[in-house]
Design a binder for this molecule. Structure first.
Ligand code: SF4
Length: 454
């Protein structure tokens, strides 16, 4: 099946052979997430006027080019996600977040019958499904804003992603995390004349949720995440805990327990964390970003300066006393530890370091999760590492993650839907695809499958 030594196909097939314990679906998914995918004009959406749910740019750009570099994909958005199935590798249903890269060896295109496929090195490797336009995206708020702009859903409709603060108060190269393009993404959407609200009003968030609740009759949406940039001073007169917390409070008062409430915020002092809990938040994500001490200080200069790595970790452990360790799920950006020129030079070293971090948290009952690093070109690390981390690193991380979880008797974290190949919906890394299926798992995923087939 290989197109020859040195091709991307050869790389993928070699890794599949060397790591048979990692599902082949996860190998493709990681490669698509780290390196992006090109879209033929036949596979683009008609933005908010068509039948396909378009990419919402829910927080970062997650693209390998700036908007002006994406060609037609900047005018007619690609789909938010794609689903891979079948093909010569007989793939089980795999949901992949869309990261556009016009130069990728992966390409999504329609054939002469209009049927979408994924092509690698010119050969068709999978059928491609795209998310249907959800009914709630067809209804506007009373101020004219779209639901996609205020409360987009991702993970095949499972998660409502509420980036209520679209910029970060860590600003400029001396403070911004070196892999993060949140501030650039805000600027490029403004420059393109797209609607892109910097600070979302709590009433408009509630109105968007009202619309989702009304039209999501099968209750596919199961969770919401409140997130945005770090707040080092105040936004709208509120500090970070108060700012993100006041949305949670309003949502839980209006829609008690309708969704699993999650907050991504900095590692805050225990009293602030308690406020999140009191407001009805169920899951707290104080992301630790990268484990290695030197690399954390280098890549997260703002966080190091305002909080510091040791204190950050201490606060994560403290928050487990408030939320319970299962409900504290810190994220890390998988791959940045191999970014040149300062990162680990070998996959062995990078995996050893990250596993040390996993063991630190998991030995305390806390299950981290990760997103696959997308080297956006306007970030310092993306500029020097346009190809991201080696695919082997990502595959071995999946192996190490699963092994460490087993060592500490832990299972997949709550609020992510079903684990297992063919079942997972988490779209920005394949950590859920590569965990064992749980036959006793029951939640709204059954409803999600129904919508997909409809
Ligand atoms: S804290 Fe870092 S990762 Fe988070 S939004 Fe700010 S710059 Fe980006």
């Amino acid at each position: 099946m290989s197109t020859g030594t040195g091709s991307r196909t050869a790389l993928v097939e070699d890794l599949m052979e060397r790591f048979p314990g990692v599902p082949r679906e996860a190998v493709f998914k990681e490669d698509l997430l780290r390196g992006g995918v090109a879209f033929d004009a036949s596979a683009l959406s008609d933005n908010e006027d068509g039948e396909v749910k378009p990419k919402s740019y829910f927080i970062f750009s997650f693209d390998h080019g700036t908007l002006p570099e994406l060609g037609e994909a900047a005018l007619r958005r690609p789909p938010e996600e794609i689903i891979l199935t079948g093909g010569p590798y007989d793939l089980r249903r795999t949901v992949v977040s869309v990261r556009v890269n016009p130069n990728s060896p992966y390409r999504v295109a329609a054939d002469e019958h209009g049927v979408l496929g994924l092509y690698l090195d010119g050969k068709r490797i999978a059928d491609v499904g795209v998310p249907p336009m959800p009914e709630y995206y067809r209804h506007k708020l009373s101020n004219g804003k779209s639901v996609m702009e205020v409360a987009p859903t991702i993970q095949w409709g499972y998660l409502i992603y509420l980036t209520v603060f679209r910029v970060c108060q860590y600003f400029g190269v001396k403070e911004e995390c070196q892999y993060c393009d949140i501030n650039h993404n805000w600027r490029q959407h403004k420059a393109a004349g797209r609607p892109y609200t910097g600070v979302k009003d709590v009433e408009e968030v509630l109105e968007a949720l009202e619309i989702i609740d009304r039209y999501d009759t099968q209750k596919v949406s199961t969770a919401y995440t409140l997130t945005g940039g770090a707040i080092t001073s105040k936004v709208a007169g509120r500090d970070e805990a108060d700012f993100y917390g006041h949305y949670a409070k309003a949502i839980e008062e209006r829609f008690p327990d309708r969704w699993i409430g999650k907050v991504v915020a900095q590692a805050l002092p225990k009293d602030d964390v308690q406020r999140f809990k009191d407001y009805g938040v169920k899951i707290y994500h104080p992301n630790f970003e990268v484990w290695d001490e030197y690399l954390f200080k280098l890549h997260c200069p703002g966080k190091e300066r305002y909080v510091g790595r040791d204190e950050w970790h201490r606060r994560i452990l403290d928050s487990a006393e408030v939320f319970g360790p299962r409900n504290v799920i810190p994220n890390f950006v998988a791959g940045v530890e191999m970014a040149e020129p300062f990162g680990f030079k070998t996959v062995d070293e990078a995996i050893a370091s990250t596993t040390e971090g996993l063991r630190f948290f998991m030995s305390n009952g806390i299950t981290p999760r990760f997103t696959t690093w997308c080297p956006e070109p306007t970030t310092p690390l993306g500029k020097t590492n346009p190809d991201g981390a080696p695919l082997e690193y990502h595959i071995r991380l999946l192996q190490a993650y699963r092994q460490t979880m087993e060592d500490f008797g832990l299972s997949s974290p709550p609020g992510y839907g079903q684990p297992g190949p063919g079942r997972a919906v988490f779209s920005v890394s394949s950590f859920m695809d590569s965990l064992p299926a749980d036959e006793s798992y029951v939640d709204n995923e059954i409803a999600a499958a129904t919508v997909e087939q409809a």
